[in-house]
Write a protein that binds this ligand. Structure first.
Ligand SMILES: Cc1cc2nc3c(=O)[nH]c(=O)nc-3n(C[C@H](O)[C@H](O)[C@H](O)COP(=O)(O)O)c2cc1C
Length: 322
């Protein structure tokens, strides 16, 4: 039988309490945001939890003594990056007071502008839904605007130490797939396409995200406008092994007008759809043409039930792509 509840409040030993909290096994995340001048900020946090599917909400607790607390307290967007088993070092870096934490990890802009770590187990790019003041922490509740995940094993944490998570992928979960990285390079209302023997397709690149230069298969490189490369679409192609990861990019004004053989710019409203053999690429280019006309861009993420389209720049719920 349980002992009767004490009526008098006895002061709790904070260290013992911390140890008791620490027996709850968690993953490890890096929570990121930007300060008012755009500088990326981030800290390690294991206080992450999912909150709601409809609307899609999550939360993380930010300590008020963290040096990045004022930035999280003022920011309208943040990202949660769940670390994989090989990232104890990244956790240590973001738990430190290092001045330039982001100088040591690659990061992308996906949707809100909050830094998304290029390498992580899963990421959630959020706008701030609400804040709850809670003792020495702030509960930061985010609405998920875009997310991604990978089949790597998670980094675990328990009793103040990193823990191995023996987590063979359950059947039915997507395994590792090679990805083709494609680019929608735009210049003066035109899109760059590449001849591939059976028609036209997008230029592809060996890297995941190009900063200011896009290396082409021919060995040449195209100059891009720095900081204007955004994730646009993630999808699988039926009966093909690799999936596609497509970024939008803008050709720099200073880029040479002469293109390598096999490359050609097409006006967005006159793309050669009949000569683009891959149905999914045609559908994506049609969406791009529509969105260019309306000025509202989305990010498409493929899924078994038809995919999700998140609009960029408009705070609206995810909708099922037609
Ligand atoms: C595994 C782990 C989990 C942590 N979880 C949190 C957390 O949930 N919330 C928090 O405020 N700090 C947490 N911390 C501590 C912060 O990462 C640490 O205070 C960091 O220095 C904050 O960075 P900043 O001072 O640059 O903002 C955690 C640290 C580790 C190693």
């Amino acid at each position: 039988m349980l002992a009767p509840v004490e009526k008098t409040v006895v002061p709790l030993d904070p260290l013992a309490l911390r140890k008791a909290f620490g027996t709850f096994v968690t993953g490890v995340t890096v929570v990121t945001t930007r300060d008012t001048d755009g500088t990326p900020r981030g800290m390690t946090a294991n206080s992450f939890t999912s909150v709601s599917l409809d609307p899609p909400l999550l939360l993380v607790c930010i300590g008020k003594s963290a040096s990045s607390f004022p930035v999280f307290d003022a920011s309208e967007a943040f990202a949660v990056n769940i670390l994989h088993e090989g990232q104890a070092g990244v956790s240590g870096l973001f738990a430190s007071k290092a001045a330039d934490k982001f100088g040591h990890v690659d990061h992308d802009v996906v949707h809100t502008g909050a830094p998304v770590l290029t390498d992580c187990l899963s990421w959630f790019d959020c706008t701030v839904h609400s804040r709850v003041d809670a003792g020495d922490h702030l509960l930061l509740i985010g609405q998920v605007r875009a997310f991604g995940t990978s089949p790597a094993a998670p980094l675990g944490f328990c009793r103040g130490r990193y823990a191995d998570v023996k987590d063979p992928l359950p059947s039915g979960w997507p395994g590792p797939l090679g990805m083709l990285v494609g680019y929608l390079v735009e210049s003066e209302g035109r899109i760059l396409l590449r001849a591939n023997g059976s028609g036209w397709t997008l230029p592809t690149a060996p890297r995941r995200i190009a900063d200011d230069a896009l290396p082409l298969e021919s060995g040449e490189a195209l100059s891009l406008v720095a900081d204007k490369t955004f994730l646009y679409s993630v999808f699988d192609v039926a009966e093909s092994d690799p999936g596609y990861l497509i970024y939008r990019a803008q050709l720099a004004d200073s880029a040479p007008r002469a293109l390598p053989p096999g490359f050609r710019f097409f006006p967005i409203d006159r793309l050669p759809y009949d000569e683009i053999p891959t149905r999914e690429v045609r559908a994506m280019l049609r969406r791009y043409a529509r969105e260019t006309a309306s000025g509202h861009f989305g990010i498409y993420v493929d899924s078994r039930d038809g995919g999700r389209l998140a609009m960029v720049g408009a705070a609206q719920a995810w909708s099922t792509h037609p």
